[in-house]
Design a protein around this ligand. Sequence first.
Ligand code: ZN
Ligand code: ZN
Length: 266
Amino acid sequence: MRLTVLGSGSSGNSYVLEMGGTRLLVDAGLSMRRTRQRMTARCGLDIHDLDGVLITHEHTDHVRAVGQILKRSSLPLYMTEPTMQSMDCFSDTEYPKRVIDVEPLRPLRIGALNILPVPTLHDAARPVGYVLSSGYESIAFLTDTGTVLPETANLLRGLNAIVLEFNHDPDMLWTGSYPRHIKARISGNAGHLSNGQAARLLQEIRTPDLSLVVAAHISQNNNSPDLVRQALFIHADSRIRTFMATPDGMDSPIVLHDRRKHPMPV
Ligand SMILES: [Zn+2]
Ligand SMILES: [Zn+2]
């Protein structure tokens, strides 16, 4: 598995996941120009090398490039029906045909990957996260959720990798300069995960199979790298690699070796 973080946070979220020979863009929240530039520079791929685009929800920081992807490629886009309905770029009658509907908890297959959209709680039409598995490796993308339901947490147990939201520190948020209603929105059940919530979720879902955690969607105003590091520290373990995704993403891809080729020591 190879994961390239093109960008993460309120200025734009986008990842390239290559697994089992299938290549997907997960969210498209950077401009088309930036998406292509960073894909080429970081993983040597172009938009036309992809097999599809998974969208979590319609907020601009996740869909900025969707209009251009529709215009300049023939890629299929995967999202929930209400997500598509809430985006202006689908008003052209041809474009909705490019969308493959996903539903929370209804499995789908793209190339070699089994994919399960999982429900998230967020102030969007029908947002989802994604759990992807090649049969040998698995990864989840879970950001933009105010809470994680216990039944969703159950689906995340036993993964090899997770891209997980560490959005804010509640003290920094509440003592910060945002208007009160925005603070309530961010920290509410349909907002974003705090460092503490994310750390507790990890505690709950980790098994010896977990070897990669990427802390994502980190707020520039209501969080700090030190606080995220502290929250991740409780998972300090030589078997787990932890990364912090910045707004600019990460310079090089993260590679997780397929256990078929690199058997784990027993
Ligand atoms: Zn977001
Ligand atoms: Zn959002």
